[in-house]
Design a protein. Sequence first.
Length: 105
Amino acid sequence: MALMWNRPIEWDADEWRKLAACKDTEPDLFFPVGTTGLAIDQIEAAKQVCYKCEVIEPCLDFAIATNQESGIWGGTSEEERHHLRKVWLATQYQSNHTDNTQSHQ
Ligand code: SF4
């Protein structure tokens, strides 16, 4: 999956949400309780919906940039997004630091 981590937050959330494959599914499917037992099957079922969703990339971008800690977003679990968000924050920090360094020269 190719994600555009440096993309500025310029998307219209309402626009991509209109195309969400999950909009007509049971919301509880995307918010499993826990990460063991039945929740494992629920997480996998939600991800399968995401993998067929045409807005998986903007959905994940949104979830990372807005720190959606709960549920399945863009085909990722809470734990997976936690790691991705760390990478995203580091990239944002590096980008901002580089910009500030260049503006002081
Ligand atoms: S990627 Fe998954 S959570 Fe995001 S809009 Fe599509 S189906 Fe819903």
